[in-house]
Write a protein that binds this ligand. Structure first.
Ligand SMILES: NC(=O)c1ccc[n+]([C@@H]2O[C@H](COP(=O)([O-])OP(=O)(O)OC[C@H]3O[C@@H](n4cnc5c(N)ncnc54)[C@H](OP(=O)(O)O)[C@@H]3O)[C@@H](O)[C@H]2O)c1
Length: 280
């Protein structure tokens, strides 16, 4: 059995890949979660060339929440602890699509994926001393116009940026509410904006994003820098001295007023619970 275990969703690419590297370098056994072997295997080979068997891969497509139960079964058959969970897998979709459970894809993967991962692994996280849950959010939450009565963006004109921004606001609200619900435990949870990072992010986007992306890319930071704040949240005493906060560039940030709305955080939690329960 490994001493300390870390699980990273979206671990095969971009920020997630560097989170895997950073955690392996810090001495953790790392479970890199990828949605498929085609993109997962080359990433795994790179990480294993550096860290050997202390990195392994498990598969899970977060657009089908039932896969999370399968991932959990595979994980718990092997490990009896989870020290750090990084909810990181996410994307922006150019066109409105649906998940296996019929939720809008951006909301489904970027928020419900984090929600269901956390809910499913929480019993194990609770029995692991000093555990942390770190969520990759974004300053894109400033573009949000979140309608809690229409989380699936039904019967609306679809804006990829607005929908993405909404999902990232959900990440911050989710982190706040999670921290509130974990009061009295030693579990720390935070979320962070990684910076504007040169990754594969945006490859599923449409329209002008594609046109201007090559120009933007020159100005972006690399993924190693993008992972820095996330690693700080997982590893530092500083981050362990508080919980439920939004960070960027290694510092606690306020987020905008929508990101500090605790009533909405509670409503989002309850609605998310209803949505993931529908399939049970
Ligand atoms: N890049 C930025 O500037 C930036 C800024 C703020 C926040 N973020 C956030 O950072 C996180 C990581 O993004 P990134 O920039 O590193 O982009 P990336 O290189 O595209 O990585 C995204 C990861 O998420 C995975 N993923 C996407 N859909 C998935 C699904 N349905 N099931 C399982 N995994 C899925 C991808 O898998 P595949 O490799 O198979 O596609 C990939 O591993 C996201 O949450 C994003 O919102 C990024």
């Amino acid at each position: 059995m490994a001493d300390r275990v870390c699980l990273v969703t979206g671990g095969n690419s971009g920020i997630g890949f560097e989170l895997c590297r950073g955690m392996a370098a810090a001495g953790f056994h790392v479970v890199m979660v990828s949605r498929g072997t085609e993109r997962g295997q080359p990433a795994l080979e790179k990480l294993q060339a550096e860290f050997g068997d202390s990195v392994e891969m498990m598969l899970c497509d977060m657009s089908d929440l039932d896969n999370i139960q399968k991932l959990h079964a595979e994980y718990t058959a092997k490990f009896d602890r989870l020290d750090v969970l990084f909810n990181n897998a996410g994307a922006m979709w150019g066109k409105r699509k649906l998940t296996a459970q019929g939720n809008e894809m951006t909301f489904g993967v970027n928020h419900l994926g984090y929600f269901e991962m956390t809910r499913t692994f929480l019993p194990l996280i609770k029995t692991t001393e000093g555990s942390r849950i770190i969520n990759t959010a974004s300053v894109a939450h400033r573009m949000a116009h979140l309608r809690l009565d229409n989380l699936n963006h039904e019967n609306k004109w679809y804006s990829q940026w607005r929908t993405y921004g909404n999902s990232k606001l959900c990440n911050i609200l989710f982190t706040r509410e999670l921290a509130r619900r974990l009061e009295g435990t030693s579990i720390i949870t935070h979320c962070f904006h990684p910076g504007v990072v040169r990754t594969r992010f945006g490859s599923g986007a449409s329209g002008l994003v594609w046109l201007f992306w090559p120009i933007f890319r020159v100005l972006m930071i690399n993924a190693k820098r993008g992972a820095k704040t996330g690693l700080h949240l997982a590893l530092s005493e500083d981050a362990g001295s508080s919980t439920g906060q939004f960070w960027s560039s290694m510092k606690r940030r306020k987020g905008n007023r929508h990101a500090r709305n605790d009533d909405n955080a509670t409503i989002l939690w309850e609605k998310s619970e209803e949505m993931v329960n529908v399939r049970n």
